[in-house]
Design a binder for this molecule. Sequence first.
Ligand SMILES: N[C@@H](CCC(=O)N[C@@H](CS)C(=O)NCC(=O)O)C(=O)O
Length: 222
Amino acid sequence: MWASARWRGELATLATPHLGFGIELVEVEFPHHPELWPEGFLLKLNPAHSLPVLDNGRGLLIGQSIAILEYLEEQYCARNMLGATPEDRAVTRELVSIFDEATSFFGLWARQGGPINADRHRQNTAAAVFGAERYVNKLRVAEAKQSGSFLFGATPTIADCVASALIEFASQFYGVSLPADCPKLSAWFARMSERPSMHPPIYPAEMLEVSRHLQEHTNIFV
Ligand SMILES: N[C@@H](CCC(=O)N[C@@H](CS)C(=O)NCC(=O)O)C(=O)O
């Protein structure tokens, strides 16, 4: 598995303890410095030029984190992390989609508004505002849907992996905590943060100095 040190690559490391097997994780330097990588390194792995990428060792390269999670779950999982019934699986997939959309919208805010990304992404205030608003809307939908100890039910699903990777990254790297009107999600995230599978990330201090003030920099507060 080729993964960025954080962001969506974290899904795999979050899922692995639940899955009960080991995968070789190759962490690619954080942040992306494509100029330091061997010629064509990431493009050869993934035409989308994004991480993570799972090489299953049998000729298959999977370049989307949710497809990777579902593949690992189906192929190796000792416990069911999708849901026992068609209805449960539908709820899991619904929550995965909500947080995948939330991730894209948060990315719009952070990439188009955050100074840490200014050298790689064109700054655009309107796009950042739109991304932030839609991000919070998605969180409110998830807040309305959350029930049980985990996002849904009494056992973790891949939705908990997708969601906790996003919330951890947004809060720890960008300083954007869950909104005050999402108390159930906040309590869920506090419980998730105590689990051994949540590895506290180590972000470079010099990056955090810039990245953690996304709200102040964009003047958008959630
Ligand atoms: N939808 C993709 C998004 C992956 C993504 O945006 N990865 C970021 C880092 S975590 C990346 O590789 N960006 C580098 C680039 O796009 O060139 C997924 O879930 O795998």
